[in-house]
Ligand binder design. Structure first.
Ligand SMILES: [Zn+2]
Length: 403
């Protein structure tokens, strides 16, 4: 027999939803503003009443999500406004395991890296249990060094492969040699202080750091394809400021778009994938450089006229042009953002890549495709993982205000 809700339950639920929506509105306005904003400023921007904004702001300040700065002396009469900014007392743990490094960092709501540990190590062909145990240890050490007043709201882990986001299982990471890794079963959650853990694809998370300059504040680009250059290549499409992750979170595997079906075999099982031409390992190999060489050395060789280095760069630019023009044609996006090792060589790759895009993107006559470079960050997946956790808090602040 269906149970009838007690009288007033529907109204209470509606009231709770309105409160969460209004809290989100106030918090997003404070976080989205490049300059500190006063309660009156928030009221003006949201069309909420001054008293509602004041009450909600007090709740957000109480939860540490918003900080108050010293009141400004206003010219003339009237009470001085108290400038509001993102709370520095709320932060998230961002973790990243990549073929070449492990990273753990704590990022606060203002987007600052509070503390971090980054370990360069070769994890190609590593044991997932051992690698995840070590990232747990890194997180444990990191947490010990944090100020006791800092409130961690969750943890995120960036992995370079196809991730089943719902159950936190890494289905396949060809460059690590990992498949079907049940992350919560192998990563000791006590090392994370039992924080709720979200696991996602590294490029999807890194793309967030371009879409948002800090949590809750949009960057200058809202529609772009992010290309994460690592040992292999990851990718993410950002549409309207949001990462398009697909039905299961598997979208964006640009590294495994076939550029030439008769090309070299790829660890993913296919042939001629983009990353076999433009991945870090492939580019260094074609240039006749050792696998661990810095990209700066490849760039230097190109500039000094080295033929193998030039061949490597041209092959990477052509492969990127072929793969990305198809993506841009399908998605109606005209901006590409290069990250990782591709950002390090962007100056050399860009002219040739843009030429390929101009030739192959059907809308290029009306809107020329542009190639941008991601900001400097040695573990953007870790930063993005923390951003994703903080974004979830920004989306539903009531859950945190009421704890
Ligand atoms: Zn592949």
């Amino acid at each position: 027999m269906a149970r009838t809700p007690p009288p007033g339950a529907a109204a209470a639920a509606r009231q709770a939803t309105i409160r969460d929506t209004n809290l989100r509105l106030v918090l997003s306005t404070v976080l989205g503003s490049a300059e500190p904003v006063s309660r009156a400023g928030v009221a003006g921007a949201t069309a909420l009443t001054r008293s509602t904004v004041s009450r909600l702001t007090d709740e957000l300040v109480g939860a540490g999500l918003v900080d108050e700065l010293e009141p400004l002396r206003a010219p003339g009469r009237g009470r001085p406004g108290t400038p509001l900014v993102a709370g520095r007392g709320v932060a998230a743990l961002g973790l990243q395991v990549n073929p070449g490094f492990s990273a753990a960092r704590v990022v606060d709501l203002q987007g600052r890296i509070v503390e971090e540990h980054l370990v360069t190590e070769d994890l190609v062909g590593s044991d997932p249990g051992e690698a995840l145990r070590r990232i747990g240890e890194l997180a444990r050490r990191l947490r010990r060094g944090l100020p006791p007043t800092l409130r961690l709201v969750g943890a995120g882990l960036a992995l370079p492969g196809v991730v089943s986001v719902e159950d936190a299982v890494l289905l396949s990471a060809p460059n690590l040699g990992w498949s079907e890794v049940d992350v919560p079963a192998l990563l000791d959650l006590r090392a994370l202080g039992n924080l709720p853990l979200r696991v996602a694809n590294e490029a999807d998370l890194a793309a967030r750091t371009v879409a948002e300059v800090v949590p809750g504040r949009s960057g200058p680009l809202s529609d772009f394809v992010y290309v994460s250059g690592e040992v292999g290549i990851g990718g993410a499409a950002v549409i309207g400021g949001r990462v398009f992750a697909g039905r299961h979170g598997w979208a964006g595997e640009i590294g495994h778009v076939a550029v030439d079906p008769r090309g070299p075999a790829c660890p993913c099982g296919s042939t001629g994938c983009l990353e076999q031409y433009a991945g870090r390992r492939a580019m260094l190999r074609t240039a006749g450089l050792p696998a661990g060489a810095p990209m700066a050395l490849l760039a230097q060789r190109v500039r000094s006229g080295d033929a193998a280095a030039r061949t490597s760069l041209d092959a990477a630019a052509r492969a990127l042009g072929v793969a990305l023009s198809s993506v841009l044609n399908v998605l109606d996006i005209s901006t590409v953002v290069l990250g990782g090792h591709l950002a390090e060589t962007a100056e050399l790759i860009r002219p040739s890549l843009e030429q390929h895009l101009h030739e192959r993107v059907i809308s290029a006559l009306w809107l020329r495709p542009a190639v941008e470079v991601a900001g400097q960050d040695d573990a953007p997946g870790a930063t993005g993982a923390a951003f994703a956790v903080l974004d979830a808090v920004i989306d539903h602040p009531a859950g945190w205000v009421d704890r």
